[in-house]
Design a protein around this ligand. Sequence first.
Ligand SMILES: Nc1ncnc2c1ncn2[C@@H]1O[C@H](COP(=O)(O)OP(=O)(O)OP(=O)(O)O)[C@@H](O)[C@H]1O
Ligand SMILES: [Mg+2]
Length: 396
Amino acid sequence: MSEPKPRIKLLVVEDSPEDRVIYRRLLEQCPDLECEVLESDTGEDGLRLCRENAPDCIILDYNLPDLDGLEFVADLRKNQYPGAVVMLTGTGSEEIAVTAIKQGAQDYLLKDHLTPMSLSKAIRSALRIKELDRQKKKAEEELKAHKDRLEELVEKRTAELKSAHQQLLHAEKLSATGKLAASIAHEFNNPIYGIRNVLEQIREDLALDETHAYLVDLAIRECSRVATLIRKLQDFHRPSDGVVSLMNLHQAIDDMLLLADKKMKERNIRLKKIYDPRLPQIRAVADQIKQVILNLVQNAEEAIPDPGGEIVITTNAQPDTILIEVQDTGCGISPETMKMIFDPFFTTKPQVKGTGLGLSVSYGIIKKHGGDLLVESVPGKGSTFIIILPCEGEGR
Ligand SMILES: Nc1ncnc2c1ncn2[C@@H]1O[C@H](COP(=O)(O)OP(=O)(O)OP(=O)(O)O)[C@@H](O)[C@H]1O
Ligand SMILES: [Mg+2]
C-alpha cells in the first residue's frame, strides 16, 4: 500500500496570470504532494494572505509589481512566519536566489526549468529544512533552559556552601571561645565567691560609715556581676552536660515571661502570646531552652525604646519541627551589626548592661539541640528571632 500524500497549504505569489496557471497545473501533477493552493498577484496581498492563512509553504516570484522577493522574505522574517519559502527566479538571477536563501528562503527554482518533479522536490526540501530549523531552535531553547537551570543550581549550591562554611567558622569560633572561657571561668569562680563572702561579712559585722557602706555595697554588686558573667561563660560548655527530658514549651515560655514581666510593665511594653495548641512536647534540656527564651525576651525588651512597644511570642508546630518566634517593635538591627550579633562578647549595650554573650550562648544551645536560631530585622521597625527545634511528635 502506498503512503498517503502529505497535504499542504501552499501560497503562490506571482503577478503573471499565465504563470499562475502553469504553476497550478504543475502542482496538480506533483507526484507526491497534495496541495491546497492560495494565489496572490502582489507582494502586499501575498503578505496579507500569509498572515491570515498561515500556509505551510510559499512559492514566491522574485519580481513582483510592488515588492521584490527579498523585501517579501525580510517581512516574513520580521513577523516570524513559521513556514517555508521557495523563491522563483529567471535564469541568470542565481545570485539573487543565493541572497534570498541567506535572508531566509529555504530553496529556489529557475522558472524556465520547472517540472512537476522539480517543484515537488523543492517544496518538500524547503519544508524539511524548515522543520529541521524548527527542531534546532527548539533544541537550542531547551539547551539554554538547561544551562540557565544549571547556573541557577550552581549559584544556589554555592550560596549553601558559603552559608555552611560560615556556620562552621562560627561553630569553631564558639567552640574555641567556649573552651577558653570555661577554663578561665573555672579559675575565677571560687575567688570571686570568696571575695563576695568576705565583703558581705564586713558589711554585716562592722559598723561602717555611710560612704564605706556604699563602697562595700558597690563592691558586692560588682562581685555579683562578675559571678553572673562567669556563669554565662560556663554556659558555653554546659549544653552537652544537661539532662534531656520531655518538656512543655508553653510552660517554659510562661515561666520565663514571669521573670521579665515586672520590667515590661514598668517600661510600658505590651506582651502578646500566640500559642499553637497543637505544639507537642519536645525532648530537650529544659533549663537551657528556658535560658535561650529568657535571653531573647530580654534582648527584645532592651531593644524597645521608650515610651514602649510590643513583644509577640508565637509558637508553631510543623511536621518535624517546632518554631518559637520572639518578635519586637524595637530599634532593629543594621546589616553591619547583623554580621556580628552571634559573636561572643559582641554587644552594642553599655558595659553594665550587656556582656554580649546572650545570643552566642543561645546559638550554641540551639545548635546542640539539632535546631537553628534565625533572625530577621528591619532597622527602625523591629526584629524577630526564630528558634527552630526538631521534634518527633513527642507527647502530641
Ligand atoms: N531584639 C533585638 N533587637 C535589636 N538588637 C538586638 C536584639 N537582640 C540582640 N541584638 C543585638 O545583638 C547584640 C548581641 O546580643 P546578645 O544578647 O548576644 O548580647 P547583649 O544583649 O548585648 O548582652 P547580654 O550578654 O547581656 O545578653 C546586642 O548588643 C544588640 O546589639
Ligand atoms: Mg542579650
